[in-house]
Ligand binder design. Structure first.
Ligand SMILES: Cc1ncc(COP(=O)(O)O)c(C=O)c1O
Length: 393
């Protein structure tokens, strides 16, 4: 038991590793043991641990100003907004700040409800949008929902890969459709081509607001700045969080002007919103993504990672499927992955799980091919050991 456990509760599943420091795609524990980090803080460490640009920006801002409420102006915030607006999809011109993914989704649901005047939302089977009441209402997994009913009324879940089911679910109550362009927590589910474009078309035909939750898939993770670009599709509202401020908490809800215009002054807010420290870190993160060509690296190194995983699949019958785009990858196994994750940790590799039998990989997108090869070698060893244990030949 770690000392922390004495004060905390059991709400997070925890692994026996005590991380002391990190750099790039690696972290070190308190005994200075090195780990390749394919967990990446659940996708937060997108531009790498302690990214030089982010560290420098935070240092500089710390000396100047940490607190500045949204009711006052601040040049660091302006700089971040200007930089962000150079990469946001066309037509998404207005930005609302919050502090987490779930909050970004809450804002999207509220803005869309007010704009459309309709409470009904279509969400996808398998969706994950966070665990506050609104975000939980559009999150699919019964395990998270069942103890907290009643949630928001009027949410309908439809199969992710079948846009005709979206159309079937539309009635007078529905104003919003919310989608992860690639589903993350349910195991890196990439929709078949045409699905995302068709959902856009259906929303246009029925005048519904389309929300993309790019909290996990955005910011270069898939090899495109936005996963929506994989299908040339722009939503009406886009939610961001996780790595947007290099590890400092920030959520963003980015909308078409007429949507946010319907919200009256003061109708939605958050005290920490747009704080200068997060904005300084956010500007440095965007600089790293664009100037250091990290999105291109996610595409190239992600492809190398996937090709190597596919080669492992040839050798290991325990692997059922390899999925994903860029640095958003999954290895679906035929068995429970918990022992595999623990064994990989012992051998110096941190990975995530999705459900019982899926390994999820969300490494910092600064990772290079040599580090990917080391990770592949460890996965190979771990799978061989597991197959031997289970007598799979
Ligand atoms: C797609 C997606 N939406 C929303 C969230 C919720 O974000 P947060 O945990 O910051 O509230 C997550 C978190 O994993 C996510 O992956």
């Amino acid at each position: 038991m770690n000392g922390e456990d004495q004060y905390l509760d059991h709400i997070y599943q925890r692994f026996p590793v005590n991380i002391a420091r990190g750099k790039g795609a690696k972290v070190w524990d308190t005994s200075d043991r090195e780990y390749i980090d394919c967990m990446g803080g659940y996708g937060v460490a997108i531009v790498g641990h302690c990214n030089d640009r982010v560290v420098q920006a935070i240092r500089t801002q710390l000396e100047k100003l940490i607190v500045c409420h949204m009711s006052l102006y601040n040049d660091t915030r302006l700089k971040f907004l200007q930089k962000l607006s150079t990469i946001t999809p066309a037509g998404l011109d207005k930005i609302f700040f919050s502090n987490s993914g779930a909050e970004a989704v809450e804002a999207a649901l509220k803005f869309s409800r007010k704009f459309t005047g309709k409470a009904g939302v279509i969400a996808m089977n398998g969706a994950y949008h966070g665990k506050t009441f609104g975000a939980l209402s559009v999150t699919y997994n019964e395990k998270y929902r069942k103890s907290f009913q009643p949630l928001l009324q009027g949410v309908k879940f439809v199969p992710y890969a079948d846009p005709s089911k979206v159309e079937d679910a539309i009635d007078d109550t529905i104003g919003t459709v919310i989608v992860e362009p690639i589903q993350g927590e349910s195991g890196i589910i990439v929709p078949p081509d045409n699905v995302i474009e068709s959902i856009r078309r259906i929303c246009d035909q029925h005048k519904l607001v389309l929300v993309f939750d790019e909290i996990q898939s955005g910011l270069g993770r898939t090899g495109k700045m936005w996963a929506g670009q994989l299908w040339n599709t722009v939503p009406d509202i886009m939610c961001l969080a996780k790595g947007i401020a290099g590890g400092v908490p920030m959520g963003l809800t980015i909308t078409r002007t007429e949507i946010i215009e319907c919200i009256k002054t003061g109708e939605h807010s958050s005290t920490f919103s747009g704080n200068p420290l997060a904005c300084a870190a956010g500007y440095a993160t965007l600089e790293a993504l664009t100037e250091d060509k990290l999105v291109e690296n996610a595409e190239k190194t992600g492809r190398y990672f996937k090709e190597n995983l596919l080669m492992l699949k040839e050798r290991h019958r325990i692997i059922r499927e390899i999925r994903g785009r860029g640095m958003m990858l999954a290895v679906e196994l035929r068995f429970d992955v918990k022992d595999i994750l623990l064994d990989a940790m012992r051998r110096g590799l941190l990975m995530l799980y999705s459900g019982k039998n899926i390994i999820r990989l969300l490494p910092p997108i600064v990772m290079d091919e040599q580090t990917v090869s080391q990770a592949i070698h460890i996965i190979d060893l771990v799978l061989s050991a597991e197959e031997k244990r289970r007598h799979v030949v």
